[in-house]
Design a protein around this ligand. Structure first.
Ligand code: CMP
Length: 137
C-alpha cells in the first residue's frame, strides 16, 4: 500500500552536485510523489535523535561530524512500497558492495559517505519524519 519515508541526501551528495541525479531517480518511479523537500544544516540535537540507536558505536562520532559538515537535502517521499523502494534504489550501506545501477553502487566508495539515508521500516519512517518534519500531519 501507500507509505511515506524520510530521505536525506547526505553532505557528500550535496558537495558533489549529485542532488539532481538522485532526486531524478526517485521522481522517475511510477506513482511516487515528493511531498516535502528542504536544504538544511542539521543541528547536533537532530542528529542525536536521528542516530540515537548508533550512539556508542565506533562510527557514531565521525558519522555525526560528517553529517554536520555541510547541508543535507531532506525529503518526504510518498507512494507504493516507497520504504523498501528507496532502499533498493540506494543499495546496501557499503557502496563497494552495492550493485552498479544503485545510487551507492554508481557513485559511492566510502561507507560513511554513502550519499543517501532512507528509513528502513514503517516504524523508523514515522519516528524520523517527526524529527525532520514535525509539522507534518
Ligand atoms: P545509514 O545506514 O544511512 O545510517 C547509518 C550510517 O552510519 C550509515 O548509513 C553510514 O553512513 C554510517 N556507517 C554505518 N556503518 C559504518 C561503518 N562501519 N563505518 C563508517 N560509517 C558507517
Amino acid at each position: 500500500g501507500s507509505q511515506r519515508t524520510l530521505v536525506l541526501l547526505k553532505p557528500d551528495a550535496v558537495r558533489r552536485s549529485l542532488v539532481g541525479e538522485i532526486i531524478s531517480r526517485i521522481e522517475r518511479k511510477a506513482g511516487w510523489q515528493i511531498t516535502a523537500l528542504e536544504l538544511r544544516s542539521l543541528t547536533q540535537d537532530v542528529l542525536e535523535q536521528h542516530y540515537g540507536e548508533h550512539k556508542g558505536k565506533p562510527f557514531y562520532e565521525p558519522l555525526v561530524e560528517f553529517m554536520s559538515s555541510g547541508p543535507v537535502v531532506a525529503l518526504v517521499v510518498e507512494g507504493e512500497r516507497v520504504i523498501e523502494g528507496v532502499r533498493t534504489l540506494a543499495g546496501p550501506t557499503d557502496p563497494i558492495a552495492a550493485t552498479p545501477g544503485s545510487i551507492r553502487g554508481d557513485f559511492g566508495t566510502i561507507v560513511r559517505e554513502n550519499l543517501i539515508h532512507a528509513s528502513d521500516s514503517e516504524e523508523s519512517a514515522e519516528r524520523e519524519l517527526k524529527i525532520f518534519f514535525p509539522g507534518l500531519a
